[in-house]
Ligand binder design. Structure first.
Ligand SMILES: Cc1cc2nc3c(=O)[nH]c(=O)nc-3n(C[C@H](O)[C@H](O)[C@H](O)COP(=O)(O)O)c2cc1C
Length: 211
């Protein structure tokens, strides 16, 4: 039975229910490294969907915004610039739960005007593995590979946390507006919706719906 929406207090002050649920899901699935892989769909400039796997890099500070990293030269960056709407689909195999997180994307590139976000980008760079950082020095993703046998463009010296942040490195921030939760074990489905309060605050409603 659908329950009446339950108002939550300002997201700045109170833990967001679905965010706590994701933390619990991450804990329950922590033996599976791939439980941090999510699929994120964007909208291509021709209006058709584009979807790909990315790694969840944690919540931004004490907010409910999700972070990812990507190559500034990749298609998703151009797509998000033209149309910021996106949806993440995230399945946790051990607990058999799915979260669909709908919201808007911001891409934090080199020389971002907001100092705090610029620092978050640097932290994300430092948190990468050396191998992960080095990929940002590879040739432009998505372009034809002129000589597939030539491995030298990818055989580069490892970039460490002390190396300057690559200009190709972007922090991706997803600001959620709706979260659809499904538990296959419990046959439970819940919808969480954000009512924006201005100045970055908002409150979340929670409604149980038919699975
Ligand atoms: C397991 C896995 C993890 C991945 N993690 C990331 C990631 O964190 N960031 C990223 O940009 N691409 C990641 N990729 C590559 C993307 O799925 C995609 O191929 C690439 O970002 C280009 O996508 P685009 O052309 O739509 O921008 C990952 C792929 C796999 C299979």
């Amino acid at each position: 039975m659908a329950s009446a929406p339950v108002a939550a207090a300002s997201t700045a002050e109170t833990a967001v229910v679905w965010q706590q649920m994701i933390r619990t899901s991450l804990q329950k699935n922590k033996r599976l490294p791939y439980s941090k892989y999510v699929q994120i769909a964007t909208v291509r400039e021709n209006g058709r969907p584009a979807n790909r796997t990315v790694v969840f890099r944690g919540f931004l500070w004490d907010t409910e915004k999700l972070t990812f990293v990507t190559d500034t030269r990749s298609s998703k960056v151009q797509e998000a610039a033209a149309n910021p709407w996106c949806e993440v689909s995230w399945y946790f195999p051990d607990s058999r739960e799915q979260y669909r997180i709908h919201g808007s994307l911001s891409i934090i590139q080199q020389n971002h005007a907001n100092e705090k976000l610029a620092k978050a980008r640097v932290s994300a760079w430092k948190n990468m593995s050396d191998g992960g950082r080095t990929q940002f020095a590879w040739p432009q993703p998505g372009l034809p590979r002129p000589e597939p046998e030539d491995k030298s463009p990818y055989d580069l010296p490892a970039l460490t946390a002390e190396d300057p942040v690559s200009a190709n490195f972007s922090l991706v921030v997803l600001d959620p507006l709706e979260v659809d939760y499904l538990s296959l074990k419990g046959n439970i489905r819940k919808q969480f919706q954000k009512q924006e309060g201005g100045d970055g605050t908002g409150s979340w409603s929670e409604t149980e719906i038919n699975p």
